[in-house]
Design a protein around this ligand. Structure first.
Ligand code: NAD
Ligand code: MG
Length: 395
């Protein structure tokens, strides 16, 4: 990255929860950031409004049917307009870009992230699924290209902030904190028929639908465990999860002398987004400040691995290695969609994921193309399973 503090940014997924908050950060810091590229899946209206405000070099809309809605009005402003999945990969190579914020959801993030790394762009990584699926290949490519991966996920940003200035001190252990989501304290039976509208009510964070369901099912924390392994080069046994319902301590690092460092603050994704985009600088902000009078106690509990089996499945996938986390991720993406569409009960999701992990062919050292094949094979397997044994959610 250029030594100057001015960064030229591409946002993949600018219309989502992380994308719009990143634009809030950029809007508040025009001297530090320039938007070069904005992309969205299918929200053409918001993408158009963002483009007219931030005047990027180019925009990409994933859904090709929406191209016509954008092109004339943005061409007039001198903004290039592209569409489709290939354009998403091509656009990250643009010379002007210093850093690519990956804020799109799911496996779809893998290819553009790899292309950005190969083009020598630094990555501000929100799209955790990329590292879950292909952490070994992605981190190896980043090392080879001298590219930094700055975590945006609040827990990983916390670890990164605790490690700043400590990079030569080995880590003994990290504790990822979890809010526990809307179903914390409930039994497996109580959550079995939970409705999408209840699972979508996260107590502390406003996020996109997929990650909100992942938080309710604890899969989000499982994905974050695998994400942490690759980001910080840790062994499985060095990563632990602790439930902290107030979401004030965002994660903890324990060093070899037993000392623990934690990063804390109100739950607000703008802070980790800004830290990732401006690193190593801490830019001033007017984000709401933590007030001790509002939090008389910060509490901690063990996660319930029985009620939330997804967490155990993610640890299991990490131990197996190879394409096992890719299978876990693809199966999860399909069951979350099915749950949201009321085709699958909440409590059935881990069963289907476990079945996929035991059924889709294991590959110990997959190539990038084999990850794509595994993803596709898993999706087909899981869709067929759901169709063959329908167990719709209770109304
Ligand atoms: P979201 O659903 O709110 O937004 C997703 C964005 O990606 C949208 O702009 C959408 O148009 C675009 N998109 C989705 N699928 C696409 C595809 N196939 N091709 C191109 N564009 C596509 O999601 P979000 O909550 O902002 O989450 C984004 C990522 O950040 C996820 O990987 C999530 O796990 C991670 N993350 C989110 C939060 C949060 O607070 N929202 C916190 C930590 C990590
Ligand atoms: Mg997180």
């Amino acid at each position: 990255m250029k030594q100057s503090t001015h960064r030229h940014i591409a946002i993949l997924g600018s219309t989502g929860s992380i994308g719009t908050q990143a634009l809030d950060v950029i809007r508040a810091n025009p001297d530090h950031f320039t938007v070069e590229v904005l992309t969205a899946g299918s929200n053409a209206d918001l993408l158009r409004a963002q483009a007219l405000e931030f005047k990027p070099n180019a925009v990409v809309i994933g859904n090709e049917a929406k191209y016509a809605e954008l092109k004339d009005v943005l061409f007039e402003e001198g903004i290039k307009v592209y569409c489709g999945a290939d354009a998403l990969c091509d656009v990250v190579e643009m010379e002007e870009i210093d850093i690519v914020l990956t804020a799109l959801v799911g496996f779809a993030g893998l290819r553009p992230t790899m292309r950005a790394i190969e083009a020598g762009k630094h990555i501000a990584l929100a799209n955790k699924e990329t590292l879950v699926v292909a952490g070994e290949l992605v981190t190896a490519a980043a090392r080879e290209k001298g590219v930094n991966i700055y975590p945006v996920d609040s827990e990983h940003s916390a670890i990164f902030q605790c490690l700043t200035g400590e990079f030569h001190n080995p880590v003994e252990k990290i504790y990822l904190t979890a809010s526990g989501g809307p179903f914390r304290g409930k039994t497996k039976e109580e959550v079995y028929h939970a409705r999408p509208e209840d699972a979508l009510k996260h107590p502390n964070w406003e996020m996109g639908a997929k990650i909100t369901i992942d938080s309710a099912s604890m899969m989000n924390k499982g994905l974050e465990v695998i994400e942490a392994k690759w980001l910080f080069g840790l062994k499985s046994e060095q990563i632990d999860v602790i439930v902290h319902p107030q979401s004030i301590i965002h994660s903890i690092v324990q060093f070899q002398d037993g000392s623990m460092k934690a990063q804390m603050g109100l739950p607000d994704m703008k802070l980790p987004i800004q830290y990732a985009l401006a690193y190593p600088q801490r830019l001033p902000s007017d984000f709401p400040r933590f007030d001790f009078r509002n939090f008389a106690s910060l509490t901690f509990e063990q996660p319930d691995y029985e009620a939330f089996k997804n967490l155990s499945l993610a640890f299991e996938a990490m131990h197996r290695g190879g394409n096992a986390p890719c299978i876990l991720n693809a199966a999860n993406e399909i069951v979350v969609r099915a749950f949201l569409d009321k085709e699958l009960p909440f409590g059935k999701m881990p069963e289907v994921i476990e079945d996929a992990m035991n059924s889709v062919a294991f590959i110990a050292k997959p190539t990038l193309e084999q990850y794509f094949e595994t993803d596709e094979a898993t999706r087909t397997y899981v869709r067929n399973k759901i169709k063959a044994a329908p167990e719709p959610a209770k109304p």
